[in-house]
Structures are given as C-alpha cells and as structure tokens.
Ligand binder design. Sequence first.
Ligand code: EPU
Length: 332
Amino acid sequence: MNVQQHIQLQPYNSFRTKALAKLFAQPETVEELQEILTTYKSENKLIIGHGYNLFFTRDFDGLIIKPEIYGLQILEENDYWVEIEAGASEDWDAFVEFCVSRGYSGIENLSLIPGTVGAAPIQNIGAYGAEVKDVITLVKTVETGSGNVKNFTNAECDFTYRNSIFKQTRKYVITSVIFRLQKSFSYVEKYADLSRELKDNPHPLLREVREAVINVRNRKLPDPESLPNAGSFFKNPILTKEEKENLLALLPDAPVYNAGTDGFKTSAAYLIEKAGYKGKRKDNVGTYEHHALIVVNYGTENGKEISDFVQDIQHEVKSKFDIGLEPEVWMF
Ligand code: EPU
C-alpha cells in the first residue's frame, strides 16, 4: 500500500487553505484500508471525502486517509422500493442523479449537496425538509483503532440534526452506505423556498423537484469551485424555552421553530445578519452577500484567517443576543 509523505492538502479542502499532511493514503478497497489502519496504529488519523466540510489552520501531524472506494449495487427490490449499496467515495450528487433518473425517490431534496456518499451519514445531511437518516438502512464501516469491520443499523447510527455516532466518536471509517428508496413519488410540501420555486406546478415529477432544488441552491449558495466555502458554517441553534423568550424579547421577528423534545430552533443566518455580519468582509474572508450563514474565502491560503473571522462572528452574536453558535464545519 502506497502511503505518501508531506502532501499538500490545499486541493483536499473546499476553503483551499494550505497545510501539509505528514502522511497521506488513498485505499481502494476495504482490505487496503484495514491494512493501513493496522500498520499505522499509533498515528493521529483524519478521514476525508471531498473535504467540503473541513479546512486546515496548520499542518496535520498524522495520517490523512482519503478512501477511494466506489461502486453502486442494487441489493434487493420489489414493486415498492429498492435497496442500493453505494461506495463511500461516490460523489453524492451523482448518486442523487443516478437515483432520480431511475425514478427512485427519497433523496431528491438533497440534490447538489457537495461531498461524498460516505460523508452524508456523518453529519446527517439535510435540506428542504429532508434528512438522509430517513432513507439509510445500514452504514458499513471499519473501526479506526482495530481495523475491524463494524456495521450500523439506522437506529445504531444515533442520527440527530447534523449529527450521528460517526461525528460524535470519530472512530469509524465509512466504507459504504445502504439506502432504501421508493419507486413511487408524490411531492409533499415541506419547505417554503422549494414550494415557492414550484408554485406553478402543484404536482411536480421527481425530476422537477430535483431541478427546483438545484435552482434554489444555485441562487442562494455560492459554488465552492469558484468561491471557496463549506456551505452553512454554523448549525442552527437549539434553544431552551428561556433562551427562546430572551431572544424574542430582543428580536421579536426572530424565526423560531418547534424542535420537538429538543426545544426550539432558530436561524443562525438571521442572527448573523442581525449582528451586522451579512455580506461583511475582513481582508480575504467574509460572509456571502446572499446568505449570512455561508463563510467565503476571497483569497487567503491561511486557515487561521478563516477561524479568526469565524470567532468574530461567534463573539458578536454571543454579546448581542447571548446565543452561542456551534460550527458545523470541522477546523484542524
Ligand atoms: N435568513 C436570514 N438571512 C440570510 C439567510 C437566511 O435571515 O442571509 C433566514 C431567513 O429567515 C430564512 C431562514 O434564515 O427563512 C432560513 O434560511 P435557509 O432557508 O437558507 O436555511 P438555513 O437554515 O440557513 C439550512 C441548512 C442548509 C440547507 C437549507 C435549506 C443548516 C445549518 N443549514 O440552512 O444546509 O441547504 O437549510 O434546507 O441546517 C449546509 O448544511 O451546509 C447547508 C447548506
């Protein structure tokens, strides 16, 4: 197995910050991955996909593993549903397109989310009222410490909003994911932005929903290829009843949604905008002019500049509204 040394990580993180990895490996099979994990047992490790949700502020003193495990396979199907196993390194949106083109529904709202199939369960990707947890039946992994295969049923993944056991523990390398998708489709209104886009079409086809999602995203979110970013930088905060009341006393128009037993969810983008940080730029880093929750890199190669800017936002929101913003993006 080829393990490289002193590899530049700039192409492997969507903010395009510079950092060197002491060691870097791209296993192509589960067996190769196991061999690397057991050979380099004592190294600090980080597993990356397309790197759309992370960036580096310094060199990485350890082993970066970028699995190259591909393949799509239909495992089982009947008149109603199909079960598909997808290799962790498959491109997420190409997988969505594959499913939509065959009439398999369940992930169309998650169109155009950048990243790999293997990254999807880690933070339980979600958009326009859908979350990937609703269609996952099994996640296949290798345990980083032992190199042993360990599979997780949906319930064992501990999925919550932008979270899972994989994100909590960072102890497993996802090698493939099994999805159960439906062969029928009827559009259910779940999210205002998407319904507005589809307003002239009350009964859209599966493909039309995918297209509408792509249109909304292209309008609101910057393309990471032309303006480096990592999507939403922070999670939408979950508030207790008291925090919610404090917020509404300060900002009576604040959007507040019921988040079930967890409490109340508000909008991080709204808070950042109200703190005066929408479209704000400090040197080479800023927030996107059309969406306050997206931090964009206008040209720095130094991740520290990004993390400093992010801290400024957190500080402003905390001091103005007494709410802590938790990053969704991983910083190293
Ligand atoms: N808003 C503002 N200012 C802005 C933008 C938005 O005040 O500049 C307010 C508006 O009230 C708007 C609300 O925020 O109605 C929600 O905005 P949006 O619909 O864009 O959704 P979001 O909560 O900011 C979440 C996900 C996105 C996902 C969208 C659509 C998180 C952290 N982010 O964003 O996911 O695409 O909903 O479902 O939950 C990502 O995770 O990287 C991501 C892009």
